[in-house]
Design a binder for this molecule. Structure first.
Ligand SMILES: Nc1nc2c(ncn2[C@@H]2O[C@H](COP(=O)(O)OP(=O)(O)OP(=O)(O)O)[C@@H](O)[C@H]2O)c(=O)[nH]1
Ligand SMILES: [Mg+2]
Length: 467
């Protein structure tokens, strides 16, 4: 269980005007996609805590809060009870006590409470809208709390009033930064935490400790992903399916059955790994766009087609077996979209029809066993030499997408590979390094643990290079 009471982890309340991206910032920094976000002002009606938990330890905690509704009135009350600067926070406390049952101030109370309990302030503005004097009452009220604070400049739309916003914000906040919650990266994440550490002398050490843990946590996520991907490629490539049959010859039906079993297994392996990787990166609710592409009748050895999924023509020929048909089956697998081996075309592949997509070339069905009643069909390991590259390319791309996706994003993630990825992930050196392993995976003999570990390390390096 995560600690909650009496804990000393850093806490920050994300506050501001309604509809400026407060919840988006909470969602991105807490890596939590369950935060309520919408373009309707007043979406967040209650204060809610979002801790970033790692192995039961809270690295830091963010409070999502409703936007200010009556900042000017609150300020008027505070000013009416004015005292010297060192005691202004007491007046804020008095305001909370005085108005705790006053519905009109429920939003202000919800946002001021965590601050008065020690949370730092993150004031969020949208600099795609012009600056206005109406924000000053909010900033004044926050100043009265005496808590350390920073301002984050968000851009919900493309128009830009950053200069005037900065000029105003810098009068109220020690730290003013631009921040895009939709495009999180480990660098941006750490850099924002570093700014938080600077807000108060006493915070430097604890926030730095959290940053260290956060970086370790991130590294762990990369490592876990590399482990899963390496096992996916190994298991899919070396997979062997068997099916007993009891007649003289295996029937057409039995042949179909084992092909289906083989394909279903590969498909499931990929989906399971994708699910696990999404879980590692806190993206359990992620929805992926699946789309199938038909490549019938295309010249599968043209530069154009090959570059579509990131193997150069040369690589295709080298890694593929002698016939174009083999590479063809591989290309088709890639293009059935996010799910491997789905789509109508694969039916054709499995049936062994069509010059391009002989499924036999993926792996032939063998008849094994001597005695009647103990004979079986066997399919696998994967014979197609392009297959592991295709699966690996897909897995790396998926992981990159998932790991870079901000938790503030809502909606379906498009898994269609961009050319930036396709053209760069596999170069000649990497292909050579990978091939030594893939060759071993294609054999029926089990692969030693050390070899798998080496392969995993190689995948980890590739993943790190993608980040
Ligand atoms: N394009 C883009 N949209 C953003 C960005 N930040 C927030 N949004 C969108 O702006 C809208 C409001 O975001 P929220 O995070 O819900 O804003 P909020 O300040 O929490 O709003 P309330 O809870 O209503 O006060 C949502 O539709 C977000 O998707 C951004 O940096 N870029
Ligand atoms: Mg909100």
């Amino acid at each position: 269980m995560a600690e909650t009471l009496n804990s000393t982890h850093p806490k920050f309340a994300v506050v501001g005007h309604p509809n400026k991206g407060k919840s988006s910032i909470v969602s991105a920094l807490a890596m939590d996609d369950s935060v309520q976000i919408s373009d309707t002002p007043g979406t967040t009606v209650r204060q809610r805590s979002f801790p970033l938990n790692v192995d039961g330890k809270v690295l830091y905690e963010l409070f999502d809060t409703p936007g200010f509704q009556r900042a000017r009135r609150v300020l008027a009350w505070l000013e009416k009870h004015d005292v010297s600067a060192d005691r202004k926070h007491e007046v804020v406390r008095a305001f909370l006590k005085d108005h705790k049952d006053d519905e009109r101030y429920s939003d202000e109370i919800a946002l001021l409470e965590p601050i008065m309990e020690g949370a730092g302030i993150i004031y969020v503005v949208d600099a795609s809208k012009p600056y206005g004097k109406e924000y000053e009452a909010e900033m004044e009220v926050l100043r009265w709390t005496g808590q350390p604070s920073m301002a984050l400049i968000n851009h919900i739309e493309t128009s830009d009033y950053t200069i005037e916003w900065k000029r105003a914000l810098e009068q109220y906040f020690k730290m003013v930064r631009t921040f895009n919650p939709m495009q999180m990266s480990i660098t941006q994440h750490v850099s924002i935490l570093e700014s938080m550490a600077q807000l108060k002398e006493e915070w430097v050490t604890p926030v730095k400790a959290s940053i260290k843990l956060f970086e370790m946590y991130h590294q762990q996520m990369v490592e876990k992903s590399a482990f899963l991907i390496s096992r996916l490629i190994y298991e899919s490539t070396s997979r062997v399916e068997k099916l007993l049959f009891y007649t003289e010859d295996a029937s057409e039906e039995d042949n179909k059955k084992i092909e289906k079993k083989y394909k279903d297994t590969l498909r499931k392996l990929e989906i399971d790994v994708q699910d696990n990787i999404e879980h590692i990166w806190n993206h359990d609710n992620l929805q992926l766009k699946q789309e199938g592409l038909t490549f019938e009748g295309m010249d599968l050895f043209s530069e154009e087609t090959a570059s579509v999924f990131g193997l150069t023509r040369k690589e295709l020929i080298i890694t593929g077996a002698t016939s174009g048909a083999v590479a063809g089956a591989g290309i088709d697998l890639l293009f059935v979209g996010h799910t491997l081996l789905l789509g109508g075309l694969i039916g054709g592949v499995a049936g062994g029809v069509g010059a391009y997509f002989g499924f036999d070339e993926l792996s032939e069905v063998k008849v094994l066993g001597q005695t009647l009643g103990k004979r079986y069909l066997q399919m696998g390991p994967m014979k197609n030499r392009n297959f592991p590259y295709i699966l690996l390319g897909r897995a790396l791309y998926h992981t990159q997408k998932v790991s870079k996706r901000s938790h503030a994003k809502r909606g379906v993630a498009d898994l269609e590979m961009g050319s930036a990825f396709k053209d760069t992930w596999l170069d000649e050196n990497l292909r050579k390094s990978l091939e030594t392993y893939h060759k071993k995976f294609r054999k029926t003999k089990a692969v030693e643990a050390e070899v798998l570990q080496e392969y995993e390390d190689l995948i980890k390096k590739v993943l790190e290079g993608l980040n």
